[in-house]
Design a protein around this ligand. Sequence first.
Ligand SMILES: *Cc1c(COP(=O)(O)O)cnc(C)c1O
Length: 359
Amino acid sequence: MSETSPKLRAELDGIPTYKPGRPAATGGPVAYKLSSNENPYPPLPGVLESVLAAAHEFNRYPDMACSSLMEELANRFGVPASHLATGTGSVGVAQQLLQATAGPGDEVIYAWRSFEAYPIITQVSGATSVQVPLTAGEEHDLDAMADAITDRTRLIFVCNPNNPTGTVVRRAALERFLDRVPSDVLVVLDEAYREFIRDAEVPDGVEIYRERPNVAVLRTFSKAYGLAGLRVGFAIAHEPVALALRKTAVPFGVTQLAQNAAVASLRAEDELLGRVGSLVCERTRVYDCLVKQGWTVPQTQANFVWLRLGERTVDFAAACERAGVTVRPFPGEGVRITIGEPEANDLFLHVAEVFHREM
Ligand SMILES: *Cc1c(COP(=O)(O)O)cnc(C)c1O
C-alpha cells in the first residue's frame, strides 16, 4: 500500500466545516432548540400524509423533473416553468449557482457576517470570497459591495433578510445597487426568510428578477413551510441561469417525499402562513422585551434575533443552554436566537434579562 493519500484539490484546504445548530439543550427541565432557525411547528397532517403516501414507493427514483412541484410553483409565482429550478435545499441550489458561474481566479462577493454556507460553497468552487463587512447597524453595505466589483466578479449574494442579523435591504437601495452591477454578473437574492417579512419597503425578489436577467431568487421550504428535514428549495431565474441549474443538478436529488411535501405545503399555504403570522407576533414580543431589558437589537424581519455580544458570546450561549435552550453562538461576534415556541422564547428572555442585569 502506498503512503500517499489520493490527490485532493488544494482549494479544499482550510474550508471551514458547516456548524449545524446544536440539538436541543438537556440542561434544563425541558429542552428547546433555538439554534437552527427551524419552524417549531410539527408537519401539518395533510403534508405528513402526502409524504407517507410517497414512502410506500421509495424503492423507485423520484420524478427527476419535479413536474408537479414545478407546475405548482409556476402558478404560484406567475413565472414560466423554464425559469424555475429545484434543488436539495436552497443551499444546494446556491452551490449549483457557484458551480455554474465561478471557478479558480473568479470572485464572489457577499456581506459578512452573513450566511455561513457562502464561504464554504465559494471555496469549494475554487473561487475567491470577497467579504464586505456589514455596516455598524448590522446591514448590508451595498455601496461598498458595488465598489468591490472587479472584472473577476462572477456572483454576488444578497441575503435578504440577512442571516444571522435579521436586517433587510430595502427597495430603493437594492435597485440602486443593481443598477451598478454589470449585466454579466449574477446577483443572487437569497430570500430564505421571505415569508417572515412585514416591512413593506422590502422588495419581493420575484418582482425584481422579472426586469433583470442577471438576478436569481433563492427560496426554500425549510423555514416558513417547515420542511427543513426534507431538503427542498428552488431558484427563480431567467432561462440561461435556470438551464445551467438543470445541468449542475445532482440527478434525482430532490426526493419524492420532499416533492410531495412541497406541493402539499403550497396547497396548504394559508394554514402555514397563519403559523408564520404567529411566529411574527412572537418575534415582536421577543424584540420588544429585549429592548425593554436594555439590549441593542437590530430590527429583524426573519425568524430570529441577533445579539452582538462580542467576547461574552460563548458565556451567553452557555447560560441559555443551562436554562434548557440551545442558541447559535458565533464566538467573538454574537448570538443568533431563533423565534420558537412561546415557552422556549420565555426561557431565553429570562436568561437575557438576568445576563443583561449582570453585564
Ligand atoms: C436556512 C437558510 C437557507 C436555506 O437552507 P436550505 O438548504 O433550503 O435548508 C438559505 N439561505 C439562508 C440565508 C438561510 O438562512
